[in-house]
Design a protein around this ligand. Sequence first.
Ligand SMILES: [Zn+2]
Ligand SMILES: [Zn+2]
Length: 390
Amino acid sequence: MRALCWLGADGLAVRQVPDPELRNSADAIVRVRRSATCGADLPLLAGRAAALSVGDVLGHEFLGDVVEVGPGVRRHRIGDRVVVCAAVACGNCWYCRQGLFACCDNGSTGPAAAEAAWGQPTGGCFGQPRSAGGFAGSHAEYVRVPYADVGAFPVPEPVDDDRAVFASDAVPAGWLAAELGEVSPGDVVAVWGAGAVGQMAAQAALLRGADRVVVIDRYPQRLSLAQRHVGAETLDYLSVDVPAELRERSGGRGPDVCVEAVGMAWDGVEPRSLAERFAAAWPGAAPDRPIAVREAVHACRKGGTVVVLGTFTGFVDTFPLGAVMQKGLTVRAARQHGQRWIPMLLDRMARGEIHTGHLATHHLPLEQGALGYDLFRTRADGCLRTVFTP
Ligand SMILES: [Zn+2]
Ligand SMILES: [Zn+2]
């Protein structure tokens, strides 16, 4: 089959790779209909995470048709149109039974590196290095889906492919933020990052009854999508003092919940410390840059909650622990536990409560995968997400 592979210094290219095969009884093979780019891939491409191997297939957000099922698969039949959660989880271990699917003990095929870096291995994810799963990605014609009964979900008829693909990751990630922030009616919520995850966090906050939701970014097209399709207020951080403006919009206190949906991709502010300058010069060797996290901590009202949704892989420096302690903040973070919410979220998408139709700004054939990532990474032409069709 054809797949978009990481080729090290040679970048990305579509190559012929072996077709996936059933390996375990709970596996299914899915023929991909759509596969989306994601900001979580960018640290990988920049060499800022435990490395990919040459030939690894990228991509973790996808939907498609079931074409083969193992003997242990109960919930899916050949021909089902399913969206697959980006996170791979067994559904059976202690963590999965608590609903903490992204923490699954059995989701990764190569847990040693994660154990060394983070103390414990985490759950898996498609299209990531062995330390985060080792499962071939979705920018391909076919994908092997492990634990198919746990991670694949039938898509209701009214939700078309281009909308449904975001139920794989961005929609549950946004929902997670509102859950972790315990967003309640009347709250003021600020979201750093108007990418797909940030917009879905804003939408989830509004659905939970937030009074005002303010999305912060520097790209006018993204901000206007967040206004028009999500109903959020927006701030361009290049032209306003963000914490001051947020205080203004929250009765002088600051937002109750601050969501960081940027991760290491934040590029608006110059590095502030020696360690960060070192990191900028030597990607892969040094701390992550939590610039939006710092601003969120600074802006949040006393006693409020900061939710870290962006992807970080290693250490950060100049983290404002003093402000966290002195202001009595709660800081929460997670990768999304989509298996918990995807059916409910698909229902909401079918009822028109969650809008994802505007997120796929660019559609390309898989053959143009490298161009799709270039557009996504540079945000050229107002690119929010590229969606590939194999
Ligand atoms: Zn993603
Ligand atoms: Zn598990």
